[in-house]
Design a protein around this ligand. Structure first.
Ligand SMILES: [Zn+2]
Length: 241
């Protein structure tokens, strides 16, 4: 992106110099023109999703997505655990207090959990979106929906899914199949999987025979095993619509 901006600044400078050879940047009219031309070089979401090469219409594309978010006591996170569009209700869990904020460092603090994120921190939706963009050779979810953008603060991640679906259909593809591996120690999610699956089917306009959700623990090791994070892998295929 930077090289494109530099290139376009150079082009603008040439145009400006041609228009006003004596002192290109002193007249108001020229300055206005320069600002307008430069603002056009900023990559918009539309630009970033249209690469300067052909996304060839091959019959099958494979995408992989991975996501991880921190979990913390809900009063710190400021929002509940949302996975696959489902709010995961749970009893108090044994969260490891790595910083020693509530109990001695490394001790167990029993609490309701929340996910720390700019958006709602839905690891399943984020992984699926990244897998769709990946299959289409497009930039990652963080570049498309930047975490500095106030539009995405606390955002319901189904918005990202809807957008990814539009992009996918725009390139002439539909979901082949989608295999989700959710990794979290707690809270337990087995009873929420049917609702997650239904949400995914609806958002991707596909069928139950094409979407699978697996969930497993992290064997009590590392941040996931200590309930300080949750993560997700997604592998999916796209086929020509
Ligand atoms: Zn995420």
């Amino acid at each position: 992106m930077l090289s494109r901006i530099v290139e376009q600044i150079f082009v603008v400078a040439l145009l400006v110099a041609a228009a006003s050879p004596s002192d290109a940047f002193t007249t108001t009219g020229t300055a206005t023109r320069t600002v307008k031309a430069l603002s056009a070089t900023v990559d918009t979401e539309e630009d970033i999703l249209k690469p300067p090469y052909e996304v060839e219409p091959i019959s099958l594309r494979i995408g992989h997505g991975f996501d991880i978010h921190r979990m913390a006591p809900i009063e710190v996170a400021g929002q509940p655990v949302i996975i696959g569009g489902v709010k995961i209700t749970h009893k108090d869990q044994k969260w490891t207090d790595a910083e020693g904020t509530y109990v001695e460092k490394g001790g167990i603090y029993e609490t309701q959990l929340g996910v720390v994120a700019h958006s709602d921190g839905d690891v399943v939706y984020h992984s699926i979106v990244d897998a769709i963009f990946g299959a289409l050779t497009l930039p990652d979810i963080g570049q498309v929906f930047q975490d500095t953008d106030p539009r995405w603060k606390g955002c319901d991640s189904s918005k990202f899914m809807e957008h990814a679906y539009e992009v996918m259909t725009g390139y002439g593809y539909k979901i082949g199949n989608c295999d989700v591996t959710l990794i979290l120690e707690r809270p337990k999610v087995a009873s929420f999987k049917p609702a997650m699956k239904e949400n995914i089917i609806n958002l991707l306009h596909t069928t139950p025979g094409r979407v699978n959700i697996k969930a497993r623990t992290h064997e009590q090791v590392d941040s996931v095993g200590e309930l300080r994070s949750l993560s997700c892998h997604v592998v999916l295929t796209l086929e020509r619509a």
